[in-house]
Design a protein around this ligand. Structure first.
Ligand code: HOZ
Length: 429
């Protein structure tokens, strides 16, 4: 596989961009390669600058649920751009977008657009603190809610991939205000509440974790969290940056029938452009400036290009619900095929999957939380990643991330992926 142009670009990038990349996981550090520089993408495929073609299962980390360069989304962006790209003033598109989100996710009565999932989660916990007058938050080990200070304690995603789940630069005060429970273990949450009862503003959770790899909630876990929050007057925040509109039209909260107080959204609602949002109960959202005293702002928030791409994406997803059925069918085919292929080599591993998001874990135990996710053989994962890439299959370059299928993938793409020759993995064991 020729990668000379990517390598040359990476060497130049390293001189002017920290680590040569603008987000750490994509540096490929944990899989022992240099990153590929992408030239273009269409449908289910991406091409790097050396001309190699890949079946893409990253989908820009989730938002490309309809595939890359979807004609309706490109058209919407193009038409909107003709009238200008940013005004720093309200537009009709923002009202349409907010209405659509509140219709599709009923727990969201009011919504504020921001520019990324990180902004959304940072703002949501500030709002929860403003609303309750309390300081501490409970999050879960291995969940990742963007790179806001409060979340970089035992954080998943790139932080775990690179071995820095507790980032330096976070003050002691902030670390003290972040309490970590174990995902799928309600007792650990109860213990924290007991110890800090009068001071917990919010519980924030990825309803289906995507950032320690894909880890679904055990039956009843989210309901138990909901009930605890109601009882203890704690704001319950579902971080649906990955799951919103991905696992079902109404997100994970629709799938599991859970009503959070606040929801954070990202990526997917921008159709691939930079967007995030937080929203929820009117009573809480009314505290956001200029309505209320909780300050949060942004020149590019509600940017017209992002709004038009996102609106088109959500309109397609909500009007063609058969998309989810098809995604589920393709994903099941892929899951079964990959496991069979590995079993034929005598390798028995696990795939966690909800709808079209999934992770193959190189471990013999069920992965239900951060501790079990970390039992995975990351050396073997790296070997698997390299082998798949060589054969034209583009996967997330970390054991602790989720992969995604798009509506543009075909049965043929899935068959090709399943048929990958993995005999070299046996040498790693
Ligand atoms: N943290 C992102 C996925 N969970 C990765 C973003 C990126 O590297 O682009």
């Amino acid at each position: 596989m020729k990668t000379s142009k990517s390598t040359k670009l990476f060497n130049s990038a390293k001189k002017v961009i920290p680590g040569g990349v603008n987000s750490p996981v994509r540096a490929y550090k944990s899989v022992g390669l240099n990153p590929l520089f992408i030239q273009k993408a269409k449908g289910a495929y991406m091409w790097d600058v050396d001309g190699n073609k890949y079946i893409d299962y990253v989908g820009s980390w989730g938002p490309m649920i309809l595939g890359h360069s979807h004609p309706r989304i490109l058209k919407a962006i193009g038409e909107t751009a003709k009238n200008g790209t940013s005004f720093g003033a309200p537009t009709e598109l923002e009202v349409k977008m907010a209405k659509l989100i509140t219709e599709l996710i009923p727990s969201i009565e009011m919504v504020r657009m921001v520019n990324s999932g990180t902004e959304a989660t940072m703002s949501a916990i500030r709002l929860a603190r403003a609303y309750t007058g309390k300081s501490k938050i409970i999050k879960f080990e291995g969940c990742y809610h963007g790179h806001g200070d409060s979340f970089l304690i035992k954080a998943g995603s790139g932080a775990t991939t690179l071995g820095t789940p507790d980032s330096p630069g976070i003050t002691r005060g902030i670390a003290r205000d972040t309490l970590n429970a174990k995902f799928n273990n309600i007792d650990t949450v109860k213990e924290l509440i007991k110890a800090h009862r009068s001071d917990i503003a919010a519980i924030i959770v990825e309803p289906i974790v995507g950032n320690m790899g894909c880890v679904p909630p055990k039956q009843g876990f989210l309901q138990q969290l909901r009930a605890l929050c109601t009882k203890e007057k704690i704001v319950f925040i579902l971080d649906e940056v990955m799951t919103g509109f991905r696992v079902a039209p109404g997100g994970a909260q629709g799938l599991y029938n859970i009503k959070p107080d606040l929801t954070t959204l990202g990526k997917i609602i921008g159709g691939g452009l930079p967007v995030g949002a937080y929203g929820g109960k009117r009573e809480i959202m009314k505290m956001v400036a200029p309505n209320g005293p909780m300050y949060q702002a942004g020149t590019l928030s509600g940017n017209p290009l992002a709004m038009s791409a996102g609106y088109e994406m959500l309109s397609i997803l909500s009007s063609q619900k058969s998309i989810y059925k098809r995604l589920g069918k393709l994903a099941r085919q892929l899951e079964e095929g990959i496991l069979d292929n590995l079993r034929r080599l005598g390798l028995n591993y696990r795939i966690n999957r909800v709808g079209s998001m999934f992770t193959l874990f190189f471990t013999g135990c069920d992965v239900t939380d951060y501790d079990t996710a970390k039992t995975s053989n990351t050396k073997l994962f790296a070997g698997y990643f390299q082998e798949m890439l060589k054969q034209g299959i583009y996967l997330p370059p970390s054991q602790f991330e989720a992969a995604f299928i798009s509506a543009a993938h075909t049965e043929d793409d899935i068959e090709k992926t399943i048929a990958a020759n993995l005999t070299s993995l046996k040498e790693i064991l």
